[in-house]
Design a protein around this ligand. Structure first.
Ligand code: ADP
Length: 396
């Protein structure tokens, strides 16, 4: 507890945009936030007063963060499970627990557990570490399910890094000989991708937001539409119930994002799990009575959860992926001025990151009644801030 306020101190490992937006929510609730940042220039470290500079792989640095915190949580899933267990053994409260977080860290453990729970997903196989044996196992698997197949790093992938679609055995060789532990999945005939976002508290309370549609380009999420347009009521309810069940079965505490594939056959399959506020839930800042960031701090502190009622019939979030300075006609501050004049009803979030090409530097959120109109508005605003070009064409 912070003796100055009588309210909790939330420790967060990682100081990127998720920590920055979580901090913003915690401020409103009177809470103090302490961050473990790799660099003082990290987006959240720029704005938080209490920052420990260190590595999430160092137990000493994690202990320095945890000291005096009521709870420790994460803005990414890369903290080793043994370090989390050591913090708990030393008397700290850490959520989500290591035993749950494993399923967001390790794709083989996740696929195995989903199978045990009877949750639908693509066929998959773990590949042995030896490249020759792995190539044989891969050929055998592909003979069963057909090419192409999807190779995935078992640990450490994000934003499509660590995912390779391969259509023949020799294309897999660079991955199989790289020393990275890999698994293989059948290529899913994807109609579209969805995300079921829920939160769960240690008390066992659960809350679900409407299932959203996520749009990826090169493995990176570029847009989220909530609720997912045209998703049947029954399918939506089933997906929410599935995410709540997964949260309860795995003992998740905090926000859980269940990334889903809607197959061309109309089925809903699990792709992967994230146990923290997630890009698929940024729309909830303006689009829901309770944002995912507020819900995450409520959950990890075991407060009652907030209402997840949407604030508009349609909400679109579009990520700002930075363009190179050479293609952008005006500086970011000037673009922000013009953006504000032209789209007074679109909300802008910038993460305090440098505009390196391809980097996720912020997002915009638009609300309205009609999917096509809201999507066009969000895209135009996004393109203007990212590229200085309001054509809305950069989603292609
Ligand atoms: P990351 O850990 O990088 O988020 P994901 O497992 O979510 O990796 O995969 C990134 C993207 O790759 C997915 O959003 C999807 O578009 C595509 N993808 C992943 N698995 C499959 C699969 N089995 N079949 C077809 N496409 C896939």
């Amino acid at each position: 507890m912070d003796a100055r306020t009588g309210l909790p101190v939330v420790g967060m490992v990682g100081a990127g945009q998720l920590a920055r937006m979580t901090h913003q929510a915690a401020i409103a609730l009177g809470q103090s936030v302490r961050l473990l940042a790799a660099s003082p220039d990290d987006g959240a470290a720029l704005v938080a007063p209490d920052v420990v500079i260190g590595e999430h792989t160092s137990l000493a640095d994690l202990e320095a963060l945890a000291k005096g915190c009521d709870v420790v949580t994460f803005d990414h899933e890369h903290v080793p499970g043994e370090h989390i267990r050591a913090l708990v053994a030393a008397g700290h409260t850490v959520y989500p627990p290591a035993d749950a977080l494993l399923y967001a860290q390790d794709k083989v453990a996740m696929r195995r557990r989903m199978e045990e729970l009877g949750v639908a997903g693509p066929r998959w196989r773990e590949l042995p570490p030896d490249p020759v044996a792995a190539a044989e196992a891969l050929e055998e698997f592909a003979a069963e399910v057909g090419w192409p197949v999807v190779l995935k790093a078992v640990r450490g992938g994000y934003d499509g890094k660590g995912v390779w679609l391969v259509d023949r055995a020799d294309a897999a060789a660079p991955v199989l000989t790289s020393g990275t532990a890999v698994m293989v999945e059948a290529a899913v005939p994807i109609a579209r991708e969805l995300a079921a976002l829920v939160a769960r508290s240690p008390f066992g309370q659960g809350a679900a937001w409407p299932v959203a549609q996520t749009v990826q380009r090169d493995g990176i999420c570029v847009e989220v539409i909530a609720p997912a347009p045209g998703l049947g009521e029954r399918t939506a309810e089933d997906a929410e119930a599935l995410a709540l069940r997964i949260a309860a079965e795995l003992g998740v505490v905090g926000v859980l994002a269940v990334e889903l594939f809607e197959t061309t056959g109309g089925e809903v399959w699990v792709n992967e799990l994230a146990m923290r506020p997630h890009n698929s839930g940024h729309w909830t800042i303006e689009g829901s009575r309770t944002s995912q960031f507020e819900q995450h701090v409520r959950a990890v502190l075991d407060y009652p959860l907030g209402a997840t009622t949407p604030t508009a019939p349609v909400v679109v979030m579009a990520n700002l992926l930075a363009a190179g300075d050479d293609v952008v006609p005006a500086g970011i501050d000037e673009r922000v001025h013009h953006f504000m004049a032209r789209w007074p009803d679109v909300k802008l979030h910038l993460y305090g990151k440098g505009f390196r090409p391809g980097r996720k530097v912020g997002h915009v959120t638009a609300l309205g009644d009609d999917v096509d109109e809201v999507l066009a508005r969000a895209r135009a605003a996004r393109d203007y801030v990212a590229f200085g070009d309001p054509s809305g064409d950069h989603h292609e």
